[in-house]
Design a protein around this ligand. Structure first.
Ligand SMILES: *Cc1c(COP(=O)(O)O)cnc(C)c1O
Length: 368
């Protein structure tokens, strides 16, 4: 019976496997009988949200019998001020994943192709196949996007290109010059979605602010999120900045109340606490240094990352290391489903979490 139901699904969906999230702490504690587990698996902000965001969320709870503001007026105003764009350039999403899906639903037909890189974010193939379109996956270069290969993959059928900058899970990033040249080279029938989920963490002089290019390129859309540096992953708020024409199209297909009222309030308040984001970025930089040093001293290669996570290479299948870490109460992320069976992705945590991870890793490597 189950097989018959699957056959009724559109062919692209039949070929999909569900997104694999990081293992929840409660699940590990239940299955392995450990306590005090830590999770460095989902690129969440280990400091949590700003206290201002929490207070705003609490206040908003009093009105949850009302529908949210379907236009997200206050949050769009706050974002517009911060980003120096007009509210009409902004589309709010139930997480930025919602925006990625809106792009596919509004613009991509079954006869279209969607171009993205090998080892890129797992949501791109999901939203592509869900609309019955064809993913075109280009080979990575040094674990990052090969823009020349991506340009060469674009043809008359291409409607959308996804670029993650920095990329998850590899942490690789593209500089302003090469990225703008790529966008400039796109034919008018191709949209370029630059996914900047880790924008607030990047500390590289050549890293672009693509939002400044929106006025120049009507086919460019930048997506960002409150899930990572702002620490609001559980509330689900993200946004796109694009030409008003593209925002108008996205607005036609989005669910009327796609961002809930608690999330809207918390995100607006979080935007006002820049110190909190700066602190998160600082803790991340220090943690990244600590982990890099530990990998070096263990003789492990890793992919230099501009995000709040790092992929480390065990030179052999990493699954047993992952298992060993789980038994020590440390949840990291296997990335075999990204074509990286020898790597694990570690989210940078608080200092004590990073130390606990390093201790556990040394023990696991000693034991295996
Ligand atoms: C985490 C992440 C997102 C954010 O997803 P949300 O839906 O905003 O929580 C988007 N893109 C990439 C590459 C990510 O790693």
């Amino acid at each position: 019976m189950a097989a018959d139901i699957l056959r009724l699904a559109i062919p692209g969906v039949q070929g999909l496997s569900p997104y694999q999230p990081g293992k929840p702490i409660e699940e590990l504690e239940r299955e392995y009988g450990v306590t005090n587990a830590i999770k460095l698996a989902s690129n969440e902000n280990p400091l949590g949200p700003s206290p201002r965001a929490l207070e705003a969320a609490r206040q908003a709870l009093r009105d949850i019998h009302r529908y949210p503001d379907g236009n997200g007026y206050a949050l769009k105003q706050a974002l517009a001020r911060k980003l120096s764009v007009a509210p009409g350039n902004i589309t709010l999403g139930n997480g930025s994943n919602d925006i990625l899906e809106l792009l596919a639903r509004a613009f991509v037909q079954p006869e279209n192709e969607v171009v993205f890189s090998e080892h890129a974010f797992a949501v791109y193939p999901i939203v592509t196949r869900a609309v019955g379109a064809q993913p075109v996956i280009t080979k990575a270069k040094n674990w990052g996007h090969d823009l020349a290969a991506m340009r060469a993959a674009v043809n008359a059928r291409t409607r959308l290109v996804f670029i993650a900058n920095p990329n998850n899970p590899t942490g690789t990033w593209l500089a302003a010059g090469e990225l703008e040249a790529f966008i400039q080279s796109m034919p008018a029938h191709v949209l370029v979605a630059v996914d900047e989920a880790y924008f607030e963490y990047v500390n590289e002089a050549a890293y672009p602010n693509t939002i400044a290019w929106i006025g120049k390129y009507p086919n460019l859309v930048t997506t960002r999120t409150f899930s990572k540096a702002y620490g609001l992953a559980g509330l689900r708020v993200g946004y796109a900045v694009s030409s008003p024409e593209m925002a108008d199209v996205l607005n036609r297909v989005r669910q009327p109340f796609n961002v809930n009222s608690v999330a809207l309030a918390a995100a607006s308040a979080a935007l006002g606490d820049e110190m909190h984001v700066a602190r998160a970025a600082q803790v991340n930089r220090e943690g990244m240094q600590l982990l890099s040093g530990a990998f070096n001293s263990l003789g492990l290669k890793f992919i230099p990352s501009a995000g709040n996570f790092v992929c480390v290479d065990f030179g052999r299948p990493a699954a047993p290391v992952y298992e060993g870490l789980l038994r020590a109460g440390v949840i990291v992320r296997p990335v075999a489903n990204y074509g990286m069976p020898n790597h694990l992705r570690i989210t940078i945590g608080r200092p004590e979490e990073n130390l606990r991870f390093i201790t556990a890793l040394k023990q696991v490597m000693h034991d295996q």
